[in-house]
Design a protein around this ligand. Structure first.
Ligand SMILES: Cc1cc2nc3c(=O)[nH]c(=O)nc-3n(C[C@H](O)[C@H](O)[C@H](O)COP(=O)(O)OP(=O)(O)OC[C@H]3O[C@@H](n4cnc5c(N)ncnc54)[C@H](O)[C@@H]3O)c2cc1C
Length: 456
């Protein structure tokens, strides 16, 4: 169902000046996301938590209309836009403040980008590991996980979260920490999109001096062997080293393999030692760029989204999974997948290290044993799904931030049954009418036993 014509009359006064509807001069800049085109009926742009509450009150009055929540608009599933629905865009809540220099505490709005965060922390010699792309918004990533290039050294982004301020479905404003609303604090660190609109995050960040930042391009005549060996090297690397691999379909038997790596050491000799096996053992090195630099400089490589906004086109087609190990059998199946020519982007992100130090029940992101996160992008939904489903016996769970398949199994893969049961019980408590439903919906629990789960 779409918004009824002329719905704008119903928009709360606080939001009316800033609202965007089709035909508005700003509409083009707010309609789409990084990967997905959209045509929402109304984009509300609150400038404070109170205005977020007003926007949610409006959304509650239109329960049958799609509702997207947007921070930076880089969500791969693209659910921060829609067709004919409401989008609540909290991009204006983008303040970055240092709260406590001694304790390295910072407070960040969801609308900031990770490159701005990195730039703000840099003068203190600090960094907060995010993803590999500085253009991504804080809100979507910090409510899901954050698997980045400092991951093996410093953990997921959510592992640094100490408090989150949320506007809940009923419009109430809460602060969740280990001590205040601890259950909500647990849920937001992995399943945040289902529980409220985050309006600020407090993080404890790390001292991060210069890092070795490498971009290596290799050509491989045997992608199966390259993937297998990459798996061994990336898992065995010291935790200061996190390497991501990107490749696509082989051409004439040759695969171009790109490696993006941070060796978190200010010592050039250590950086070279860490990277050498990757440069020497995975194919023929054809290009390399290795520099000692700051995390902020790494993040700054992403271009800004200009005044024209995002340019996403059509429906993104991706699949995503987590691996506890990159086995020879998976390398063989992944090579076969790439040779079909149906996957133009294939990425392996190394995990482990500090990510695995956190107990699985500490956050709703529970896949702490994952060694790699893998993403495939293709052009045809049915074809990619069939190929990916065919190799799914290698996978153990998924990370929804790279997933676009909306079949219900994805939810249980992201949140294994005990986690999902707890999330559903919390959903019943915090969002019983399922207002936040448009991005991998966790349905509220329906039975008494689900509620009992909460109490136990
Ligand atoms: C180029 C690129 C590189 C990426 N690299 C990485 C990476 O290295 N590691 C990684 O972990 N991820 C990575 N991602 C995935 C990214 O973390 C997620 O897509 C994330 O959701 C984007 O956040 P956003 O605020 O920009 O997106 P948006 O599109 O604004 O939001 C995405 C979803 O998050 C939810 N959401 C947004 N804001 C809020 C809020 N304030 N409160 C509650 N829920 C909210 C909504 O459900 C929304 O649909 C990458 C994405 C892209 C496009």
């Amino acid at each position: 169902m779409s918004l009824p014509q002329g719905i704008a009359y119903d928009v709360p006064v606080s939001l009316a000046d800033n609202a965007v509807v089709p035909g508005h001069p700003a509409y083009r800049s707010v309609r789409s996301t990084y990967l997905r085109s959209g045509s929402p009926g109304l984009v509300l742009r609150p400038r404070s938590p109170a205005e977020v509450a007003d926007a949610l009150a409006f959304a509650r009055r239109h329960p049958d209309v799609p509702l997207g929540i947007r921070s930076g608009g880089h969500g791969i599933s693209g659910r921060s836009t829609n067709d004919g629905g409401i989008v609540i865009d909290v991009g204006a809540l983008d303040t970055i403040e240092v709260l406590d220099v001694e304790r390295r505490r910072v407070r960040i709005g969801p609308g900031a980008t990770w490159k701005r965060v990195a730039a703000a922390l840099d003068p203190y010699g600090w960094a907060l590991g995010s993803g590999d792309y500085g253009g991504v918004g804080v809100g979507g990533l910090a409510t899901a996980g954050g698997i980045g290039l400092l991951g093996r050294q410093h953990g997921l982004t959510i592992d640094h979260l100490r408090a989150v301020e949320l506007v809940l479905a009923d419009g109430s404003q809460v602060r969740a920490t280990r001590d205040e609303h601890p259950d909500l604090f647990w849920a937001v660190r992995g399943a945040g999109a289902n529980f409220g609109v985050a309006t600020a995050f407090e993080f404890e960040v790390d001292d991060v001096p210069e890092v070795g930042w490498a971009k290596l391009t290799l050509v491989s005549a045997d992608i199966e062997e390259t993937l297998r060996r990459y798996g061994e090297l990336a898992s065995a690397a010291p935790r200061d080293t996190t390497v991501f691999l990107v490749t696509g379909q082989p051409r004439q038997g040759q695969s171009v393999v790109q490696l993006y790596a941070i060796a978190a050491s200010p010592d050039a000799d250590v950086v070279v030692e860490r990277l050498r096996p990757f440069a020497e053992e995975l194919g023929t090195l054809v290009q390399q760029e290795v520099v000692l630099t700051t995390y902020a400089a790494v993040m700054a490589e992403a271009p800004d989204v200009g005044p024209e906004g995002h340019r996403g086109h059509g429906e993104p087609v991706t699949r995503s999974a987590l691996l506890t190990a990159l086995t020879p059998e998976l390398a063989a199946d992944a090579a076969r997948l790439l040779r079909t020519g149906q996957v133009y982007f294939f990425q392996l992100r190394a995990m482990g290290g500090a990510i695995a130090d956190v107990p699985p029940d500490e956050t709703a992101f529970s896949h702490r044993g994952a060694a790699f996160q893998v993403t495939a992008m293709g052009g045809d939904r049915a074809v990619l799904d069939a190929l990916w489903d065919g190799i799914s016996h290698h996978f153990e769970g998924t990370y929804l931030s790279f997933e676009t398949d909306l079949r219900p199994e994805r939810l249980t893969e992201a949140f294994p049954p005990p986690v999902l049961d707890r999330l559903r019980a919390l959903k019943l408590r915090y969002d019983p009418h399922n207002l936040f439903r448009d991005n991998f919906n966790i349905p509220p629990a329906t039975t008494d036993s689900d509620e009992e789960e909460l109490a136990s």
